[in-house]
Design a protein around this ligand. Structure first.
Ligand code: TYM
Length: 341
């Protein structure tokens, strides 16, 4: 099989490890919707619940709720479960089955070099779970069990996609077959790294202890507006050109958020607001964010009222996912030399 034989297919995933943030929305979900609507590729989107238990203990009721809420977030943002395959990872056992093969392909040195492993295991790697170390091999399996060719992600996942490519390359080389595609990371647009609202040098994250640092997709209009108005900025007004944002991470971040929410380029945002004081800019940005995010939050709340409908959608998505994954797993086992009878 050569590269050109692979069906154009997009895969991406989000952990239900906490609530969705504006970073997840702009850096991932909104772009997933664009891929879905472009219609050029099959689109497969997954709630990676097995990844969500690698870092720290999550109470089972919370994990279930997060997974359903994430599903509601996908749908409320525009993912159509008819057009895209939408499901949770643990309902498709082929992911973990392929991950085992990849655990045997990936090298310890590769895993030890992952910055997310280093950050999350911290100073006490001995106490980290084995799952946290193996995390990127499961992620490679998520992508490659569908022979996905394109993986839209935020900037922070780039290294993991590179590892996925290394695993595919080594597998193909070891077994002498061009079986897995060398998937392309797609990291595009102004909002692939949305920063913390109180510190423009840190990523906006669902795990930050302070609520002021992020916008949650479930925040109401008041909370969104307040967090944006209180976002840290510097005392200077907006510059005339984009170069004037250099060395001003908080200012740059707010321009990027505006850009992500409106689909204007950062240069257009700066041009339209040149010379404006940040107090006014933040007020306008708050209005834009409330307009865009408010309806998503209310739709999420509405969808969450019918849990059985969400579970039905996830179940149906898992069935469709397995139709693609099962033959690819079968062929992988065959290539590896497992007896199939
Ligand atoms: P996760 O759950 O941390 O984040 C989901 C997606 O959101 C993006 N993202 C951001 N983008 C811009 N700014 C931010 N502040 C921000 N925070 C998060 C992430 O880059 C990601 O695209 N390991 C993955 C989940 C995963 C996956 C996969 C992704 C598992 N298997 C296979 C792609 C393909 C993760 O932890 O994402």
């Amino acid at each position: 099989m050569s590269d050109t034989a692979f069906t154009p297919r997009v895969f991406s995933g989000i952990q239900p490890s906490g609530g969705l943030t504006l970073g997840n929305y702009l850096g991932a979900i909104k772009r997933f919707v664009d891929w879905q609507e472009a219609g050029t590729h099959e689109t497969i989107y997954c709630m990676v619940d097995l990844h969500a238990i690698t870092a720290k203990f999550i109470d089972p009721a919370t994990l279930r709720r997060n997974t359903r809420e994430l599903c509601a977030g996908f749908i409320a943002s525009g993912i159509d479960p008819e057009k895209s395959v939408l499901f949770n990872q643990s309902q498709v056992p082929e992911h973990t089955q392929l991950a085992w093969i990849f655990n045997c392909v990936a090298r310890m040195g590769w895993m030890n070099r992952m910055t997310q492993w280093k950050d999350k295991s911290g100073k006490n790697a001995e106490a980290a779970s084995l799952g946290l170390l193996a995390y990127p091999a499961l992620m490679a399996a998520d992508i490659l069990i569908y022979h996905a060719t394109h993986v839209p992600v935020g900037e922070d996942q780039k290294q993991h996609i590179e590892l996925t490519r290394d695993i595919a390359t080594k597998f193909n080389h070891d077994y002498g077959r061009e079986f897995f595609p060398i998937a392309e990371p797609v990291i595009e647009g102004a909002a692939t790294r949305v920063m913390n609202l109180q510190d423009g040098t840190k990523k906006m994250s669902k795990s930050d202890p302070s609520e002021k640092t992020r916008i949650n997709m479930t925040d109401d209009a008041d909370a969104i507006a307040k967090k944006i108005r209180k976002a840290k900025t510097d005392p200077d007004p907006l510059p005339e050109t984009i170069e004037g944002l250099e060395g001003r991470p908080e200012a740059r971040n707010l321009v990027n958020i505006w850009s992500g929410l409106t689909d204007q380029t950062p240069a257009q945002v700066v041009e339209a607001n040149a010379g404006k004081l940040f107090g006014y800019f933040k007020q306008d940005l708050a209005d834009i964010a409330v307009d865009k995010l408010g309806p998503i939050a209310s739709e999420m709340a509405r969808l969450m009222e019918d849990q059985s409908e969400i579970d039905r959608i996830l179940g149906r998505g898992a069935e469709r996912a397995r139709e693609i994954a099962a033959p690819i797993l079968d062929e992988t086992y065959d290539i590896v030399g497992m007896v199939r009878s």
